[in-house]
Design a binder for this molecule. Sequence first.
Ligand code: ADP
Ligand code: GN1
Ligand code: MG
Length: 358
Amino acid sequence: MNPQQLFDLFATTGTFSSCSPLGAGLINDTFVVQTKEVTAPDYLLQRINHRIFQNVAMMQENIFRVTSHLRTKLEQRGDNTDRKVLTMIPTKDGQLFYFDGDSYWRFMLFIPDTISVEDVTETSAYDAGRAFGQFQMDLSDLQGEPLGETIPNFHNMEFRLQQFFDAVVNDPVKRAKNVVDLIDEIEKRAYDLCLPERLYREGKLQKRINHCDTKVNNMLFDKDGKFLCVIDLDTVMPGFVLSDIGDFIRTAANTGAEDDENLDNVSLNMSIFKAYTKGYLETATFLTPLEKSLLPFGGRLLTYMQTVRFLTDYINGDIYYKTKHPEHNLQRTKAQFKLLQSIEKHIDEMNAFIALCK
Ligand code: ADP
Ligand code: GN1
Ligand code: MG
């Protein structure tokens, strides 16, 4: 189905003008659709990766509930409801997505005059921390059934390790022999990094609604670099608060890129970690003492989990993430592992910082 036909199927306004690819996401295909009239909004069109999100209806329903609830909270605070939360555009007959027999499509309002970045300043990290604390706080009183798990066991470390060990045993494209040392490094840490699952079973750690993909390009900033809006709500679901701080540290507090070829570029940026955590603790006032003390562990956990996930995909023959070349998942794994080692070197310093925060 072409973009013009899709544009006409959804409850859009204005006249279709153009459609071009956007963003650096590794899962969905994202496009910006421009309209001819200056008075009509532009739109974001996405082809949902339904091999990964197998229950698109549940996911879209989750996002609808979340965005409606966040909009109400913004209204109550007298804040901007057009730019600080995503707006879903239904089809003309009121559906939250359209299936054309092959692909699943959705429309959202394009939020203009924004930037999405891979690097943040201390000020924007602090703002992002406040915003994610507020995001979790705002969603803490969402009524009704718990949100569905759009990807079951998404941030369950035990499950991710099971997938990893299955990949190593099956070794479908005979790549395991290339990564023996990395497999060993992962195994060595496996027990320690499954701590949250054990704490959950013991009733000591709880699940709350989390974004579960807080990498820095899943946030929009305004042209002055001020935090505006949390986007990419596909994985908003119950999880440990460690997920959201963890993915932010993994991406924004990395002095290099997620897939940096030059491992010398990669290390933990302590000042970004501190700025984010300071902001987060100001708004996430619901944290238990245990959750608070585990926040640095969250950075370690999510970086480890991403190392495991990229290496699993490499061993499986690149079936999950979009890749730009055959060794891309291995390059990502190495860069994530380098970051993990840097976080491990800084963990005492991170813990000491948290202990001093109110
Ligand atoms: P993916 O699931 O593939 O990561 P995202 O939902 O994160 O897709 O969107 C990809 C990129 O598109 C984002 O990083 C951001 O730059 C841009 N983007 C997404 N939603 C909007 C929006 N509503 N307004 C403006 N830009 C957006
Ligand atoms: C994916 O969709 P995107 O690019 O924002 C992935 C995250 C990973 C991330 C690694 C649904 O996020 O879990 O952390 O890539 N999303 C899904 O960059 O698997
Ligand atoms: Mg994204």
